[in-house]
Design a protein around this ligand. Structure first.
Ligand code: NAD
Length: 260
């Protein structure tokens, strides 16, 4: 059964990683897609890859930086002009920044992480919620992280902004549930995407694979997650099957964040 048949779904950071995997899963489930990314080449490649697999899918793309408020307003308007509505929003674009202790953290990088991971998530909500409110229906999935429920060594701005995403999600749920809008966040553990591959390179530049293997040992499942596993959770949370889950931060991490 197509869980998102004819639903208009907006996805930020859609060109690779969790955004692309979720776009694929949404296309498989019958969605109409509005895909946003600031990497124009990768976005075009992602669009072609989705169309190759699901030829009947309709895709609108916009090259935009989620930390630029004017660009966000523009892609929201374009999506509504093209498809008439927005049923689901996968508010996914985010960056990790660099790895460094709090005191030594590069201030410019710190601010960039805040601009993208916090302000970018906020701007998307600011312009999409009114569209959903008008319709009396909407499903929102913000992307936090296990770094949004736990501390992570050497990643202060990432952890701070992902905790903020958890907070924004809870407030969105409180303030807009009565308009038929449900908002949840996912908190992925290590899912093997380009972003995580880059983190393993920083942890052990000489042997990133050793860093990955080492990390997997601590997971109850003894492996990293796969992007398509996240895509399936996202599709559920964006669908009408999700009807009474609201304001939750849902870990998808093989159970690792329960460990003390
Ligand atoms: P990724 O780097 O593989 O892909 C991110 C995509 O977002 C890229 O296509 C990039 O071009 C785009 N993007 C980044 N900043 C943008 C901006 N300002 N405007 C528009 N597009 C932008 O990353 P990923 O691993 O797929 O991560 C996606 C989200 O999931 C992020 O919010 C990340 O923090 C979160 N997350 C990932 C993991 C993981 O294990 N992969 C774990 C926890 C949380």
């Amino acid at each position: 059964m197509e869980k998102l048949k004819n639903k208009v779904i907006v996805i930020t950071g859609a060109a690779m990683g969790l955004g692309l995997a979720s776009a694929m899963e949404a296309a498989k489930n019958g969605a109409l897609l509005s895909l946003i990314d600031y990497n124009a080449d990768s976005l075009e490649k992602a669009k072609s890859a989705i169309e190759a697999k699901y030829p009947s899918v309709q895709i609108l793309t916009a090259v935009a930086d989620v930390s630029d408020e004017a660009s966000i307003k523009k892609y929201v308007d374009e999506t509504v002009n093209t498809f008439g509505r927005i049923d689901g929003f996968y508010n996914n674009a985010g960056i990790e920044g660099r790895q460094a202790p709090l005191v030594d953290y590069d201030l410019e990088v710190f601010k960039k992480v805040v601009d993208i991971n916090l302000m970018g998530v906020y701007y998307g909500l600011k312009y999409i919620i009114p569209v959903m409110q008008e319709q009396g229906y909407g499903r929102i999935v913000n992307v936090a992280s296990v770094g949004g429920i736990r501390g992570v060594m050497n990643q202060t701005p990432y952890v701070a902004t992902k905790h903020a995403v958890a907070g924004i999600t809870k407030n969105t749920a409180l303030e807009y549930g009565r308009f038929g809008i449900l908002a949840n966040a996912i908190a992925p553990g290590a899912i093997l995407t380009p972003m995580v591959a880059e983190a393993f390179k920083q942890v052990n530049p000489a042997d990133p694979q050793a860093a990955e293997d080492d990390y997997a040992k601590a997971n109850p499942t003894k492996r990293l997650g796969r992007p398509e596993e996240v895509g399936k959770l996202v599709v559920f949370l964006l669908s009408e099957d999700c009807s009474y889950v609201n304001g939750q931060v849902i870990a998808i991490d093989g159970g690792q964040s329960n460990s003390y």
